[in-house]
Design a protein around this ligand. Structure first.
Ligand SMILES: [Mg+2]
Length: 363
């Protein structure tokens, strides 16, 4: 969590100022404000500093009632038209499908609900995620999948990232594939994982002066070459954007322990540049705004279902949606009920297949 002073700094960062050269003016209509809980929400708005300050102070005063156990699934189903699901810890765990998921998704579809799957994991593209769903026996179309790799490319498209500029990528294949599909030039990615720096006296690393954005996602091949290259681009290229797919502290590479997440790579670049990233994944509202616009959905008609309080549930709350926490992933009931926890979803339940058992019990 950022300090309030860094939040204020993030709150007034303006993309208008980032690309000051008139030739490469990006985001001329957009500025960015942090969400009320300082998670670097990326919200393209027409800037009104006074109003935004008021909105932020008002939002901080909102206190939420403690989460209620899900007792009446029909009521929740009937009150929304779209369910957005986080994937890991909700649909699957690692490469294993969570019990009862196919039948539960069938139930939602039979009720005419729109289903959307959102993940902060940027290592795969939408197409690659589609294959994962297929392998697990789930029928999910690419249009229903929104990964943070896609969000990064969608964001750059939304600000009309200049065709003559390139993106330097710290991250894996998913980001490269999505940038390619969006027609955006890039460099870096996995191939820089092998690169080493030979620190001879007087050695100076060159970097591309045409890099207009650095995108940082989870990267198993992270190294000092990438840190230095990204740092040079952000510090020395006028207006270079610093975009993070997410700031997750941990991820689940194996089911044996928690592993350092995308936030560790983003943190390294923050450390060397002292620049706040523009976050496009959860809990930033960028994806929610994008989804609402794409499908023409009212946010109050969406229920966000996830296993993490600091990403999924905040993502839903920042977007003005209903929220359901499932305890099949990283959050336990004692964690939810800890007095120090300030993020309370509307409802919680053990796993999404509880929709089936609760309905059966009610008959
Ligand atoms: Mg999850």
């Amino acid at each position: 969590m950022l300090s309030s002073s860094s939040c204020r700094v993030a709150a007034v960062s303006s993309a208008t100022a980032l690309f000051s050269s008139s030739k490469h003016l990006l985001c001329k209509n957009f500025t960015y404000i942090s969400n009320p809980l300082c998670n670097n929400s990326l919200r393209p708005i027409r800037w009104n500093y006074r109003n935004s300050r008021m909105e932020n102070s008002a939002s901080r005063l909102v206190t939420r009632a403690s989460a209620q156990p899900l007792k009446n699934p029909d009521e929740l189903i009937d009150s929304v038209e779209t369910f957005i699901f986080d994937c890991d810890g909700v649909i699957w765990k690692g490469d294993k499908l969570i019990d009862g998921v196919p039948e539960t998704l069938d139930l939602f579809r039979s009720k005419g609900k729109r289903l959307v799957f959102v993940t902060n994991n940027s290592t795969k593209s939408r197409k690659q995620y589609g294959k994962k769903f297929e392998t697990l026996g789930l029928s999910v179309s690419e249009e229903e999948i929104f990964a943070s790799s896609f969000a990064a490319a969608a964001y750059l498209k939304s600000i009309e990232f200049p065709k003559d500029k390139k993106v330097y990528v710290i991250g894996e294949d998913g980001i490269l594939k999505e940038l390619e599909l969006a027609g955006i030039q890039y460099l870096g990615g996995p191939e820089d994982g092998e690169k080493k720096i030979d620190l001879k006296p007087g050695f100076m690393m060159e970097h591309g002066k045409d890099v207009g954005a650095v995108v940082v996602g989870f990267d198993r091949y992270f190294n000092y070459y990438k840190v230095q290259y990204a740092t040079l681009c952000i510090r020395e290229n006028p207006g270079c954007l610093f975009i993070a797919t997410n700031r997750d502290a941990v991820t689940h590479l194996t089911d044996a322990q928690e592993w350092a997440g995308g936030g560790s790579m983003v943190g390294a670049i923050w450390g060397s540049t002292k620049r706040e990233p523009l976050v496009v994944g959860k809990p930033s509202t960028f994806m929610m705004d994008y989804l609402a616009k794409k499908f023409g959905i009212l946010k109050s008609q969406i229920c966000m279902v996830g296993d993490r309080l600091d990403t999924d549930i905040l993502f839903g709350q920042n977007g003005g949606c209903k929220t359901l926490l499932v305890l099949s992933g990283v959050t336990t009931l004692p964690m939810l009920q800890d007095p120090k926890n300030s993020v309370q979803p509307d409802f919680y339940t053990n796993k999404i297949s509880d929709f089936l058992s609760l309905k059966a019990a009610a008959v």
